[in-house]
Design a binder for this molecule. Structure first.
Ligand SMILES: [Zn+2]
Length: 620
């Protein structure tokens, strides 16, 4: 059985010509292949026999691809049958302006995905998904879009000094030549779907890249509008949730989720792919939870976003947290502490050179904001402040901030081990989460450092109790901890639609107050307007419970008293104003409402009368 030269494909001939294959080896492979039937191509058989390696084939193809024809390649690798290829070629006779690839796809001899796959796998050219990939403005500036259109390519971005260019047909000499006229030999050939190249060029031609008009027909447009609107509406988090019949987007504004928009279910995978590109997560991975970080340019201001992909039965739920918002940094004077409490906090806590200050509260209670306010308040050129945060949420001037990154083994533990060798005056530990970090905090304070940190407990006393349960000697706690501050954020009544109202009899009963006594206070509620999105609230404000450790409390710690005892002693001797009490005085000033108190504040003891609380805190 003597094989005829004409039955050999172009690529095999090239491999022989380059000396990679011998004619004997090819003949032997043809005999083997004839016994295997149709299931394997000659190329497969040559590879199976280890006569030729994948990389050798790719190299030959890349260096010679302009002398090859796309149809031969597809045929030789077995992607298309001889009959279908002939059919496509004869169709092309009547449609000379169309590329063979286009005809193969249009007549469904191959799907577009399989076609692009075949080219990128066999030639090793990168596939560029233009439905999710941005076009970098600098590569398209000064480029004639019409020229690109007539040659079916679009430049995408710079990779080192070369331009990555997406081609619809990398076998077209004309098209490659067209790109050479613009970039010389300084470009990398990539592949993209012909249809999408055309659409992107049309958009570029209409000049929309400069004005960046949001187009909700593309994943890029949808994601831009979701994030841009979130930033404009002051949201802290964005929830993108896939359900059976829709993709739902909600924003967390002032601590509450509010609906933004619905999208059809088919938008879900595009949106997820786009966000994964932006935060450099793995696009192919859809079955595992992932996270990442990204930077978002909003009218020239850069915002850091932390992203989380969570796999649900209907696809990935994506949550984006918007970090480093300008509004996160509030001066201590404006975080909402009552005057007497603030003065005492500054004098007894911030102005003393050493000791541990703990801020406590659940997630979203504003601990980080307060921590940053305190750090900016004590920062001055004569001291060194070093932080360990997970992650750094806002970059402060002249402070050495470290973002924990467990993925590269820069763990909390590791960072804290090194932080004390940095000769700091003040150490900020983002959060105490285990015995180790609690010990570091206490020992750093013992050696004369000032330590600011946060904790995850309901109120100030339980913060202290939790520390006592962390294997730390009570005398170490009593001699280092300066204060434990619990806090919450309550929504502010919208000033545009506020109306005065009287407390209901059930509220009065709950508080143990009488109606007559309450008449001198001005309780207010929002009725809802456009300024507050018809919620009756706009913005938030902190409420605080600060436990200053005096001698009585220190002694109670040494005696391991119960939380009930500690609370009683704190109220009787340390001037403790509870979260509930602080919130009540602010409700009586018309700043927030009873509903907010019920929603956010733990109910532990009956509050004292408002005038008595105001005497302690300096409230009006
Ligand atoms: Zn309003």
């Amino acid at each position: 059985m003597e094989p005829e030269e004409t039955t050999l494909g172009e690529i095999v001939l090239l491999l022989i010509k380059e000396g990679i294959l011998t004619e004997e080896k090819v003949r032997y492979a043809m005999r083997v292949q004839s016994k295997l039937g149709d299931s394997k191509t000659l190329m497969d058989t040559l590879k199976d026999l280890k006569y030729v390696a994948d990389d050798q084939v790719k190299n030959i193809l890349r260096t010679n691809h302009l002398s090859l024809r796309i149809g031969d390649l597809l045929r030789e690798f077995g992607y298309i049958s001889a009959e279908n290829l002939n059919a496509a070629l004869s169709l092309q006779q009547n449609q000379k302006n169309k590329r063979l690839g286009q005809i193969i796809i249009e007549n469904q001899f191959m799907t577009e995905a399989a076609f692009i796959d075949a080219l990128s796998i066999q030639l090793g050219f990168p596939f560029i998904d233009l439905s999710t990939q941005d076009i970098a403005p600098e590569v398209i500036e000064n480029i004639p879009v019409k020229w690109c259109m007539s040659h079916n390519f679009v430049p995408v971005k710079k990779i080192e000094n070369k331009t990555l260019v997406a081609f619809a047909d990398p076998f077209s000499k004309e098209d490659i030549g067209g790109a050479e006229k613009l970039f010389g030999h300084n470009f990398i050939i990539g592949l993209a779907s012909p249809g999408i190249i055309e659409k992107r060029l049309e958009k570029l031609g209409s000049g929309s890249i400069k004005s960046r008009i949001v187009d909700e027909n593309t994943a890029i447009g949808i994601v831009d509008s979701i994030i841009g609107n979130a930033i404009d509406s002051g949201a802290s988090d964005i929830h993108i949730e896939p359900f059976e019949d829709r993709l739902q987007v909600r924003y967390r504004i002032d601590g509450i989720l509010v609906p933004y928009k619905m999208f059809p279910t088919n938008a879900a995978s595009m949106v997820s792919a786009r966000i994964k590109i932006l935060c450099k997560a793995n696009i192919a991975e859809k079955r595992r939870h992932q996270d990442g970080r990204m930077s978002f340019d909003h009218h020239g201001n850069y915002f850091d976003l932390r992203t989380s992909f969570f796999v649900t039965v209907f696809g990935e739920k994506i949550v984006l947290r918007i970090l480093n918002r300008i509004d996160q940094i509030i001066t201590l004077e404006n975080i909402g502490m009552q005057p007497k409490i603030l003065a005492r906090f500054k004098k007894d806590v911030l102005e003393v050179p050493s000791g541990v200050m703990i801020i406590t509260g659940p997630t979203g209670s504003g601990k980080t904001t307060t921590l940053y306010s305190c750090v900016s308040d004590i920062n001055n050129p004569r001291i060194s402040i070093v932080t360990a945060e997970d992650p750094v949420e806002y970059v402060l001037q002249e402070i050495s901030q470290c973002s924990i990154d467990a993925a590269i083994n820069r763990t909390f533990e590791e960072t804290l081990r090194h932080i004390v060798r940095q000769d700091p005056d003040v150490i900020v530990i983002g959060e105490i989460r285990d015995n180790y970090s609690a010990n570091v905090a206490v020992h750093a304070a013992l050696t004369g450092h000032k330590v600011l940190t946060s904790f995850h407990t309901e109120d100030s006393i339980s913060g202290l109790i939790r520390l006592m349960n962390m294997d730390i000697e009570p005398f170490l706690i009593s001699s280092t901890v300066v204060c434990v501050m619990a806090q919450r954020l309550l929504r502010r009544v919208c000033v545009h639609c506020q109306k005065e109202y009287r407390l209901s009899s059930s509220d009065l009963k709950f508080l143990g107050y009488n109606a007559k006594e309450m008449k001198k206070y001005h309780f207010k509620k929002g009725t809802g307007c456009t300024a507050c999105n018809h919620t009756g609230y706009k913005g938030r404000m902190g409420v605080f419970e600060i436990l200053f450790l005096n001698e009585f409390i220190k002694e109670a710690i040494l005696l391991r008293k119960s939380s009930y005892e500690l609370r009683r002693i704190a109220i009787e001797t340390a001037g403790l104003v509870t979260l509930m009490e602080d919130a009540l005085t602010k409700t009586a000033m018309g700043i927030t409402t009873m509903e907010e108190i019920f929603r956010c504040i733990p109910r532990l003891l009956a509050p004292r009368p408002i005038h008595e609380i105001n005497r302690l805190s300096g409230g009006l």
